[in-house]
Design a protein around this ligand. Sequence first.
Ligand code: URA
Length: 444
Amino acid sequence: MLIQDILRRKRNAEVLDADAIHTFMRGVADGSVGDAQIGAFAMAVVLNGMNREEAIALTEATRDSGQVLRWHDLNLDGPVLDKHSTGGVGDLVSLVLGPWIAACGGHVPMISGRGLGHTGGTLDKLEAIPGYNVTPDDDLFRQLVKNVGVAIIGQTGTLAPADKRLYGVRDVTATVESLPLIVASILGKKLACGLDTLVMDVKVGNGAFMPTPEASRELAEAIVAIGSGAGTPTSVLLTDMNQPLADCGGNALEVHEALRLLRGEGRDSRLYQVTHALATEMLVQAGLATDAADAATRLETALVSGEALERFSRMVHGLGGPSDLAERPAHYLAPAPFTTDVVAPRAGTVNAIDTRALGLGVVELGGGRRNAGDAIDHRVGLSHIAALGQRVEPGQPLLRLHAASQADAEAVTRQLGAAFTLGEADSVTPAAPIHATLRQETSS
Ligand code: URA
């Protein structure tokens, strides 16, 4: 099959069969398809779309373009499951959820990413822990997934290599914004981890990857249909990103917050609610709980017994971090040298938060990258972030800045203050943390 013929058919808005899509993606992975052809393919898909069957074939071809992890030879005593998020600010769910699910009998091989744009990355957070190695060898990864139940590590070159090339070309050819390409990219990587089930957290709001609530919903529906169509039962929670999920952002600060949750504290937070809802969905979907009430009982036991925290500690130590991080976090997670509060200029209720601006503030403080390869300052970030609907008086903090220096703090103070819109009392009702749950054939 000629690659230029596949391109011609998609250019003419014809439907590609699975064979053509697999042939194309194999060529992307082995280098026989050139960058110009990849760009032409991506542009044709952006302009002419793909039907469901094509999108499923593209996802499967992405998944199968490299190594697909297999777990059956390990004789695991529970299902292999995972959660993935479209990314946000103060979204440290993975750090808590992975160990929590492990403590409930699941096995979580979580391949995570680094910060992208204004969003934080799980790997960057974990690298705030001295010694934590996000690139262990295969044997150690598998041993931790079997014995501890969870290992959170970085993308390996062998998983879904076609996506790496395709994404690189999309990035420079204005072809990122295409639902089938986005879904194949996200799910292809996840499904290559050999999962029995997957739960996705699709963010909605001004800090979300998708630009509108309608687009987030459309992505969620496509993920459920295509993930399940590719053979992995997949459900989606649409969750709110009109404000940071935790009241903090920044790598070491978010590890502190994860430990707090794993100790059973902070249960009134939106972060807890979203993490708990995702965990419930995962346990029920994978058959580790019979229903939501059963899942709640199991999750509570895992938390109060200390088992979830124990799993986190074993994962950290297994990957080269200290064995007593949970007991002495302040000893290992260095604080920023300079802290100061950004205060409210007048009285009011927090009516809107520019979540993206807060995420970019963390990046500007050095907690994220301006360019790929930049070093990260894990100490810096934001804490005590005021919530939507919160009343503040003049001079009261909107957030606390953790910076490497006073000059760094001053450089972002104005823009971070401007991220908060203050209005009249009670003029806004914040959105619920969880907007909807979507499952195959059913939604609520
Ligand atoms: N994240 C991905 O991994 N791929 C996309 O295409 C978009 C977001």
